[in-house]
Ligand binder design. Structure first.
Ligand code: FES
Length: 159
């Protein structure tokens, strides 16, 4: 590949909207690849922008970094997603979105009740989470649906 076809980090951050730290993180996680210039600076093939757009869309749907890696890993030769790939993946995301919508509807109906976050600030906590018993089950608001208790994206994409 001709070096002039490769984009520098500044161009990638400007076009993708991701911070350089996020780009480095996704490279370290194996979601994108970078070449190195003679001076050791990262240089990216233009197709990386499409992979980054895919990563952003997948994150917004609620896919974890592992799920995004799996989806990208199903693409032969580590290539960028084609129209056919998008179609296949969007069917999968459609199911995911249906689950998210159902979870949000349950949340909408239950936000005024105890969510098992450990605050014990509501009267309903005495019934739903007496003595913070749900704290034994792990981190997060334990009574929220699983899909709404995922790690915050900044926790996944920092570094
Ligand atoms: S709302 Fe936080 S523990 Fe009940």
């Amino acid at each position: 590949m001709d070096a002039k076809d490769l984009l520098p980090m500044g161009e990638i951050t400007r076009r993708s909207g991701f911070a350089a730290s996020a780009i480095r993180y996704y490279e370290a996680e194996g979601l994108i690849e970078a070449h190195r210039s003679g001076g050791g600076q990262r240089r990216f093939e233009r197709g990386v922008l499409r992979r980054l757009a895919f990563i952003r869309a997948a994150s917004n749907v609620g896919l974890s970094i592992e799920e995004i890696r799996d989806e990208l890993g199903r693409l032969p030769g580590n290539r960028t997603p084609t129209k056919a790939d998008w179609h296949r993946i969007s069917r999968h995301w459609g199911r995911r979105l249906d689950e998210q919508i159902a979870a949000l509807q349950r949340l909408k109906g239950g936000l005024d009740g105890c969510i098992g976050c450990g605050c014990l600030s509501l009267r309903s906590c005495a019934f739903s989470n007496p003595d913070d018993v749900h704290g034994e089950d792990g981190a997060g608001a334990r009574l929220l649906p699983d899909s709404l208790r995922r790690p915050h994206p900044t926790k996944r994409a920092s570094g």
